[in-house]
Write a protein that binds this ligand. Structure first.
Ligand code: SAH
Length: 251
């Protein structure tokens, strides 16, 4: 992807609360299912945190030491500003780094969290690589694009095999977790409102201003069209795919 295209994607996505499907309610649900609480001071990494939708919820709920990791400084700056405004600055640090080349020590974290981001490095590679940074019995909470059914339309299969060849069903993802040395402890599917009310609909409201701000740039309308097409694909096929949220413990 060229730099100009990436800059436009950042400009489109930095004005909304989240950069991928999810919700505060589902982050809290995952916290509960992971069996973690504020009773001990946890060390948490939020991989691919973006502007910090989940990071902020983790800080509020767990009062933990949280490192939000992302390779886009513009997103991290927004997270840092937001966390100070909400008086959560003492819980949150940001780290500009690629999530597949981390500077952490082995067994540094009690919890590794990641919403809507692991596909960028691939689920199998990601969970295998991140495991060493978790303490024994530490928890991994990760959302990942998942087939919800055994059968699906050919065109959809073809689309996803090109967009993200690692898309698979939950049982296959759990097998990968087991092979990587995790014990799966819970799984749930992000409901429709995580895609529509919390992701695409807020994004829709920003298209006009995005187009005005970037009217002179060649890729502006293409980026809006691609985003609209992704939304249509989801709306037409919501019964076939979603993000699955995988909660597992390091063995
Ligand atoms: N977790 C946030 C953002 C999800 S979008 C949310 O749920 O709203 C995916 C994020 O991963 C983006 O912020 C993007 O900048 C980041 N990202 C993609 N590839 C990355 C990489 N290799 N290293 C670090 N961050 C990456």
């Amino acid at each position: 992807m060229d730099q100009e295209y990436l800059n436009l994607l950042v400009d489109l996505h930095k004005h909304t609360e989240r950069q991928g499907p999810g919700s505060a309610k589902m982050t809290k649900k995952a916290i509960n299912l992971a069996g973690i609480s504020s009773s001990t001071k946890l060390n948490i990494a939020d991989m691919g945190c973006g502007t910090g939708a989940s990071t902020i919820v983790l800080a509020k709920e767990l009062k933990a030491n949280i490192t939000g990791v992302d390779f886009l400084e513009e997103f991290l700056d927004i997270l840092a500003k937001k966390s100070n405004e909400l008086d959560l600055g003492s819980y949150i640090n940001t780290l500009n780094c690629s999530i597949d080349q981390l500077p952490f020590k082995d067994e540094e974290f009690d919890v590794i969290w990641s919403e809507g981001a692991i596909y960028n490095i691939g689920f199998e590679k990601g969970v295998n690589y991140w495991k060493k940074f978790l303490k024994k019995d530490g928890k991994l909470v990760v959302s990942e694009i998942t087939w919800l059914t055994e059968d699906r339309p050919d065109h959809l299969e073809k689309y996803w095999k090109e967009a993200y060849p690692e898309i698979a069903s939950a049982s296959e993802k759990m097998r990968i977790l087991e092979k990587a040395g995790f014990s799966p402890i819970a799984y749930f599917v992000l409901p429709e409102n995580c895609w529509l009310d919390h992701y695409y609909l807020p994004l829709n409201k920003t298209y006009d201003n995005f187009a005005k701000r970037n009217s002179s740039k060649p890729h502006t309308s293409e980026i809006i069209q691609t985003s609209k097409q992704e939304q249509k694909l989801y709306e037409a096929n919501r019964n076939y795919y979603s993000y699955g949220v995988y909660i597992a413990q390091k063995v």
